[in-house]
Design a protein around this ligand. Sequence first.
Ligand SMILES: [Ca+2]
Ligand SMILES: [Ca+2]
Length: 354
Amino acid sequence: MNRTFLVGIAFALIGQFSASYAESQSVSGTAVLYDPGGVTVVAPTPITGTYNTDTQHITIDPWVFFGFAVDSQIDLLSPGSYTFPGVLPINVGSGQLGGFITTTWAGNIIPHGIVWDVIPYTGGQHFEPIDSDGDGIPGQKMISGPFVGFTFVYEFDAGAPAPSIDVSINVTGGVNQQCNETGGTHIELTSTVDLNGGAELASIDWTVDGDVAGSGASITPFLSLGSHSISVTATGVSGIYDTASTNVNVFDTVKPDLAIEVVDTRTGQAVTSINGSGVSFLEVRLNSTDVCDSDVDVAGAFKPVYAVIGGEVIKIQGNNGDVTLPTTALEVSATATDNSGNEQLDQLVLPISK
Ligand SMILES: [Ca+2]
Ligand SMILES: [Ca+2]
């Protein structure tokens, strides 16, 4: 008596386990509703459900549309042609499965049809809705119920989630950066890779302006002044991949440094004043450097300054055709311009003593 009882429990347990592992797969995907013009009335909304592979029936877990629960029961259809009351003919080709769907919403019982391309992968399969009535909108439009002319599609994975890779780019310091070396900046680019559904990463490859720029989780390329397109592709061992792109702009808004130096060539020393007889030994040097531009354009002008005491009148007197003016100082002004158009101005006045 006891023995029989135990065997019975064992069978019951086996039955339960085989039901949950062999006959039932989880369903995960999205629901979309298109209006008769193909505009999405319901953007892709996450749905879950259960696929009973023995009865070929899918139950979509209730989700909410306009405040009412949507309950969809799907009888799967193997390749062939089917007609159901209130539904356009459902024609299922090879490599496809059809669905006769009964959706209950706000007290309405709505029959509709769908055909999926079924794309198998390790551990599951993807159900991709096709335009089975040829109206240019994915899915098959409804011809009965409150949404005649609308199309309702379920797209999902059944079984294990499909392997997927998602990659994104992080630019250390942001996508707009000041030039901090001659001609450009080294910029650190880092990828973030999300692997799902058992996907395994094989490689990460970068391009800058369309050219191969390295591989691995991060690279630090030199980017010249201007805008650059960056792209990274993460590839899985199964060949699936994802690509992310961004633009990085290197700019220069820093003015060049500029120093005016007046050198007495007799000593080679910079001077801050000179006596009259030394004027012909002066040489003016315009020194400019820029973080980004190694070849700054520098232009200068050199002119005499005449001291005028209040109340004096300047008279220019000719003397055998020469004109002599009492020069009291030399003034140098200069402008340095880098290749991004940033200008630095400087001025120096050198007094001349008698
Ligand atoms: Ca369609
Ligand atoms: Ca600059």
